[in-house]
Design a protein around this ligand. Structure first.
Ligand code: NAP
Length: 283
């Protein structure tokens, strides 16, 4: 099969490339700048810009489509998809709850894919463990803390590796489902999650709950743009007030094994976590 992976340098895109490595499929990595992107040797770089909706002018059997966090408008996704045959299987990285929350940008993109008549699978993950070593990393490195207006919000922590293996199964036809929720059913707030990580990785991270104005002031001071602040609040503040997502999802059935736990993820990422902590905050 010829498979295009968008967001190929991101948390999930990278892990999808790893999941497809050695599978025998021809894998194309969609990146904004093919000349400079750091990619594995066995993939073919192609130019994709999801802000303008432009991509390679060729046929694919399946496309992994992700929404870069700064893009909320579904229109460029329609432009990007339009040249492709409707038999092309579109596997879209959505979010848990998109099926019932039409205001989410992911829900709007799901609607575009459905209305255009594509063969499809919507992969709807809960909260990424990788946030600890990406989005939350600068604050962890600088101060050793997670500072967010999340209160005691319980999150369902899932790993990009598990999400990517579900996506690889959907791209290659190993599962024919039209939606898969990636969630373990276990909730852990930031205090609990950091205690787990600290115990496994020997780090000394702590959670400091922020007020909403306190967080916005702090984020602006760190140079965070309003669009990213919106994303952070969507993930860490708004869910405190809505109906909590529940259930184990169906990823374990697709994978035929349990999802990776936060303990196991922390052990696998011990080096990156300890590098964030530095010598002063490692035991
Ligand atoms: N974080 C969570 O807990 C969570 C939970 C559920 C769902 N999600 C969803 O997952 C998605 C993020 O996935 P991720 O963490 O794998 O992404 P990520 O690590 O933030 O990476 C973003 C990717 O998008 C690419 N990109 C940025 N702008 C682009 C553009 N204009 N055109 C084409 N590519 C562009 C980047 O490529 P460059 O190398 O060019 O920058 C990079 O590969 C979001 O839609 C988010 O809402 C996140």
């Amino acid at each position: 099969m010829d498979i295009l992976i968008t967001g190929a340098t991101g948390n999930v895109g990278c892990a999808v490339l790893a999941a497809l490595a050695g599978s025998g499929h021809r894998v194309f990595a969609g990146v904004r700048d093919p000349a400079s992107a750091q990619l594995p040797d066995d993939v073919i770089p192609v130019a994709v810009d999801l802000a303008t909706g432009t991509g390679p002018d060729r046929r694919f059997d399946a496309i992994f489509l992700m929404r870069p966090p700064q893009i909320a408008d579904p229109a460029p996704f329609r432009r990007f998809l339009d040249p492709h045959a409707r038999e092309t299987r579109i596997v879209f990285l959505s979010v848990q709850g998109a099926e019932s929350r039409g205001y989410l940008p992911h829900a709007k993109i799901e609607r575009v894919i459905r209305d255009m008549g594509f063969a499809r699978c919507f992969v709807r993950p809960a909260y990424f463990m990788e946030n600890l070593v990406t989005t939350l990393a600068p604050e962890l490195k600088r101060t050793g803390r997670v500072y967010l207006p999340a209160g005691r919000l319980g999150l369902d922590w899932v790993s990009a590796r598990d999400i990517a293996e579900v996506i690889a199964a959907a791209l290659t036809g190993a599962t024919g489902r039209d939606a898969v929720t990636v969630a373990s059913g276990h909730k852990l707030d930031f205090a609990g999650a950091l205690a787990t990580v600290n115990a496994v990785a020997g780090t000394g991270f702590r959670y400091v709950p922020a007020s909403l104005p306190g967080y916005i002031r702090h984020a602006r001071k760190q140079g965070m743009g309003w669009a990213m602040i919106g994303v952070m609040l969507l993930l860490h503040f708004l869910p405190r007030f809505g109906r909590a997502e529940a259930g184990t999802g169906d990823a374990e059935t697709v994978l035929g094994r349990p999802l990776e736990t936060l303990d196991d993820w922390a052990a696998r990422n011990k080096g990156a976590l300890r590098a964030l902590a530095g010598p002063a905050r490692s035991t």
